[in-house]
Design a protein around this ligand. Structure first.
Ligand SMILES: Cc1cc2nc3c(=O)[nH]c(=O)nc-3n(C[C@H](O)[C@H](O)[C@H](O)COP(=O)(O)OP(=O)(O)OC[C@H]3O[C@@H](n4cnc5c(N)ncnc54)[C@H](O)[C@@H]3O)c2cc1C
Length: 228
């Protein structure tokens, strides 16, 4: 794992989640990622589990995927034709399915420098407080920007569609409308409309959609407050 103050953070494929969460550079510049790592299963499991493995597993519930998406992560892939870079936003093709081809190995994920003064929040709803995959999870990142509202908010939703989802409607709405509690509720409604969850052993589709709305309000409000 290497942090470059000019270009950002590179996390190799073999770096386990406990190392990522304990890194001083991650805690200072990407606390949202440390928060997401700490939400995965148990300390014991995180001594084996890697972020690259969490991504390549391509579960729509992967806990560290949302943070890597809102930070605009780029995968470094070693394939039969040499090295290439793949933006994480285009990597997932379905549950367990990615753009990787036979012979491809992801060697690292690179996270560019986060926007200055950004704030983030990861909210995971599980059946237990610890050690379970999410029923719904919401990752929010916000920062001051030259938009009409003066802010940009990025949202990633997991466990609510065949692939981790970034509803651009939310980002666009909050870029173009003055940020108020009502605007945040309207943006959360857009997140509700964008997701297409299924019924499964962890939760029903209808419940998941409602929780997307509730957690989106909570995460966006907290981020907005932290931005001052
Ligand atoms: C008991 C238990 C609890 C769990 N709880 C959670 C949880 O709370 N949250 C959560 O998100 N996940 C959870 N998981 C799932 C899993 O532990 C995580 O997804 C973990 O991050 C996987 O990382 P890994 O390094 O062990 O990958 P592996 O399990 O070794 O690999 C996962 C998949 O990715 C592929 N892969 C791995 N590395 C690469 C690479 N470098 N290049 C190409 N393909 C690669 C493998 O071939 C495999 O198909 C849990 C699993 C268990 C067993």
């Amino acid at each position: 794992m290497h942090f470059d103050p000019q270009t950002g953070l590179t996390i190799g494929a073999a770096v386990n989640m406990n190392r990522v969460a304990a890194s001083a550079d991650v805690q200072e510049h990407y606390p949202l990622l440390a928060e997401a790592c700490r939400s995965v299963a148990s300390y014991q499991l995180r001594t084996r589990a890697t972020i690259v493995g969490n991504i390549c597993n391509a579960s729509p519930a992967g806990d560290t995927i949302g943070a890597c998406l809102v930070f605009d992560g780029v995968l470094q892939v070693h394939g039969v034709n040499g090295l290439r870079q793949e933006p994480l936003s285009a990597f997932f093709k379905g549950p367990g399915k990615t753009t990787l081809k036979p012979g491809d190995l992801v060697t690292a994920i690179h996270l560019p420098l986060p926007p200055q003064g950004c704030a983030g929040k990861y909210l995971k709803l599980g059946r237990n407080k610890l050690s379970d995959l999410s029923i719904v999870a919401v990752t929010a990142l916000g920062y001051k920007d030259s938009t009409s509202s003066g802010y940009r908010f990025r949202l990633a939703l997991t466990s609510v569609a065949p692939v981790p989802l970034m509803p651009v409607e939310v980002e666009t709405y909050l870029a173009n409308n003055t940020i108020t509690p009502d605007a945040i509720h309207a943006a959360a409604q857009l997140a509700y409309e964008a997701c297409t969850p299924i019924d499964d052993v962890r939760g029903g589709a209808r419940y998941r959609k409602q929780m997307v709305r509730n957690l989106s309000v909570k995460a966006l409000t907290e981020v907005w407050k932290n931005l001052g």
